[in-house]
Design a protein. Structure first.
Length: 468
């Protein structure tokens, strides 16, 4: 009886020993990445190629029959196939990161057989040049430096003479604070998606920070992407390092009453419920950085009205004729904009519109007390107050239109839909299938789904055929 009891711990130890290598591989991959990187993601290259129709065989990889693959993609797929067939490394677990305000980009993969890895890479046109310390060093045709030791390989955007110092510095920082010390970020990166990514929001915690948990509370914008039911699906959340999900601020549920103004044939619809607490700084900074002097001037004038938004903002559009997709002219599209604003702000905007029209010598006609009709661009623009919304459209406002938008927006703080019936609308040599995109914004997450219409082809293969 005693001997049987004593064998149980040994049996448990044997089981754990057998399980640990398989469940800790991802963690070992991420252990060498410091927690202060700007962004990090894990890619499943083999699964992605398999979803595109590639067949992995003992001799390598076979492209989908009938797919005319360009040289660069063919070379990449062939290399992934060779590495997988050789068993040199796990091509389904590849970490990509940037560090130092994106000045250094690097890729790292665990290696199980350094000799086979060197052989496979040499066959792909890579040159091995030096042996420095514990590393075999080389360069790729794309100009990246490669460092290989017995455990892993690094591809680094640094000159060969600097690459060793860069990698040693990364490993030294990771020894003290690896990204695996951030449980929430690590769990996300180790998830089953084809791509799992985390981007740091704000500066990394400073050394000697008074808050002992500073790294754990640093916020990350995260994304997971996968293929389900032949559609690309994804989810994005903001989380702290420890995994605490941060609710979106400044948002509220969309008022579905505005959807009744959208015609059924509109194929682009975006709606967002906004409160005065919404942080516009990232939007205004982006526009100001890229828009130039005039954009910054317009932005300064518009900011008080953006900050006054309190309710739903809706933007919707649909083609008015067959030329809409080849000639993006306002006259080829019907559109609708509605934004919930206080009455005084709407009055201010309408006053500015009237003044501008007067200066231009344009006399609008009135449609009721609160709506102006302005001839412009060969059509009539309707501008005014519609049910407490500042509204602009090139068609009369009608609150009794029918569509299928309610389920998409139900209970959500925002949603977006795009439906293109055929890519051939943009060119006769493009595929005939269409694209459907749907996105929803919840209290603390954004979901995304892209599917194809009019085809049963695996989505990755269809996309490859469309772009090559």
């Amino acid at each position: 009886m005693k001997s049987r009891f004593l064998t149980m711990p040994a049996l448990v130890a044997l089981i754990l020993a057998a399980l640990l290598p398989s469940c800790s591989k991802e963690s070992r991959l991420l252990d060498a990445i410091p927690s202060d990187v700007d962004q990090v993601m894990v890619l499943r290259l083999k699964t992605a190629l398999e979803d595109a129709g590639y067949k992995f065989e003992p001799s390598g990889v076979k492209a989908p029959e009938g797919l005319d693959v360009p040289g660069r993609l063919a070379t990449f797929a062939e290399l992934v196939g060779k590495l997988d067939a050789s068993g040199a490394c796990d091509v389904n677990s590849v970490a990509v990161a940037t560090s130092g305000n994106q000045q250094v980009k690097f890729v790292t993969i665990l290696v199980s057989d350094a000799g086979k890895f060197k052989e496979a890479m040499s066959g792909a046109g890579m040159e091995w040049t030096d042996e420095i310390g514990n590393y075999s060093c080389g360069t790729t045709s794309a100009g990246m430096s490669v460092l290989l030791d017995k455990e892993r390989v690094w591809f680094v955007t640094a000159t060969p003479s600097d690459a060793v110092a860069v990698v040693d510095a990364l490993r030294k920082r990771a020894d003290k604070n690896p990204v695996t010390s951030l449980a929430g970020v690590t769990d996300l990166l180790e998830g089953p998606g084809l791509v799992n990514a985390a981007v740091r929001q704000g500066a990394p915690a400073k050394k000697g920070a008074k808050e002992p948990n500073a790294a754990q509370t640093t916020r990350w914008a995260t994304f997971t992407g996968d293929i389900k039911d032949n559609a690309l699906v994804g989810r994005s959340v903001i989380m702290e390092g420890d995994g605490k999900v941060i609710p979106f601020e400044g948002l509220q549920p969309v008022n579905q009453a505005v959807l009744s103004y959208v015609p059924a044939d509109f194929n682009i619809v975006l709606g967002l419920g906004i409160t005065p607490d919404f942080d516009w700084s990232s939007v205004t900074t982006l526009i100001g950085a890229f828009g130039g002097f005039q954009a910054r001037g317009m932005l300064a004038a518009a900011t008080p009205y953006l900050q006054a938004l309190d309710g739903t903002v809706l933007l919707a559009a649909g083609p008015a004729n067959d030329e809409a997709y080849t000639d993006v002219d306002p006259g080829n599209w019907r559109f609708l904009l509605m934004a919930r604003l206080p009455q005084d702000k709407i009055n201010d905007i309408m006053g500015m519109v009237r003044s501008s029209l007067f200066m231009a010598g344009i006399s609008p006609r009135m449609a009721g007390d609160a709506l102006m009709v302005i001839p412009q661009y060969g059509m009539d623009l309707y501008i005014g107050n519609v049910d407490g919304y500042f509204a602009v459209s090139n068609m009369p406002f009608d609150p009794n239109r029918q569509n299928q938008l309610a389920p998409l927006f139900d209970g959500k703080n925002g949603a977006f839909t795009l439906n293109l019936p055929s890519l051939q609308l943009f060119g006769a040599d493009l595929p005939a299938f269409g694209i459907s995109v749907k996105s929803q914004v919840g209290a603390d997450n954004t979901d995304f789904r892209l599917s194809l219409t009019g085809t049963d082809t695996p989505i990755f293969r269809a996309i490859l055929e469309a772009v090559i």
